[in-house]
Design a protein around this ligand. Structure first.
Ligand SMILES: [Zn+2]
Length: 228
């Protein structure tokens, strides 16, 4: 009953729901993108969610970090998020790590929800070496980006320069609508991957303020680690 509306969608069905229930997803960063992605995947019935973050909830997070309430301010993000997710869906397993990213606790499919290009590249390198798929997303101001990596596709290093000061929510502010847009796409592509459908191949770039949405095709760089 819980998933009846989802199973009724022609792209999924009962078999796909069983795959979702048997799947494991690691969410790195449980802030704006991470809370939204975690909530969507929890409600969709992903069997096990692994949450990694070392931050505490702050009042300024509540504008966009949708699993938190005023009573969570000052406590660990992963603990507050795990409590809320268990209230939403007690049938799935939630494991939380109140620490910086360590790859020994990572399992299943990885979703990068940090606002750090440095960590995105760490996840990228780990996934390229282990031929593991992952989804990168970012949001700042009214803009967002999304890229789905899978073995043999170009990696993030092929087309994203390691900028010294990349735009973040702290430097450019952020609209909660931009975050929701990127997080929705991240969760959507994750569900597609889990049920065996091909994820989006283009690098997506959007701006919710102008309603612009670009699909950019990307190529492997010959000198990149993913081409070795
Ligand atoms: Zn590459």
């Amino acid at each position: 009953m819980r998933y009846s509306r989802q199973e009724a969608f022609s792209g999924l069905g009962h078999g796909s729901q069983q795959r979702l229930n048997a799947s494991v997803v690691t969410i790195v960063g449980v802030g704006a993108l991470g809370t939204r992605v975690a909530e969507l995947l929890c409600r969709a019935g992903v069997g096990k969610l692994i949450l990694i973050d070392f931050d505490k909830v702050e009042l300024s997070n509540l504008q966009r970090q949708t699993l938190f309430t005023e009573s969570d301010v000052g406590i660990s993000k992963v603990e507050a998020a795990a409590d809320r997710l268990r209230q939403i869906n007690s049938e799935i397993e939630i494991v939380s790590f109140d620490k910086k990213l360590a790859f020994d606790v990572v399992d299943g499919f990885i979703i990068d929800c940090t606002d750090s290009l440095e960590i995105a590249f760490m996840i990228n390198d780990f996934c390229v070496k282990s031929k593991r798929a992952f989804i990168h997303g970012s949001a700042a101001g009214s803009r967002g980006t999304l890229y789905c990596y899978a073995a043999d596709r170009p990696c993030l290093r092929c087309f994203i320069p390691a900028a010294k000061n990349p735009e973040t929510a702290a430097t450019s502010g952020i609209l909660n609508t931009a975050v929701s847009m990127v997080a929705t796409l991240q969760a959507n592509e994750a569900i597609k991957h889990i049920v065996g459908k091909e994820m989006e191949k283009s690098y997506l770039r959007m701006d919710v303020w102008n309603n612009s949405f670009d699909r950019i095709s990307v190529r492997k760089k010959k000198t990149c680690i993913c081409s070795q």
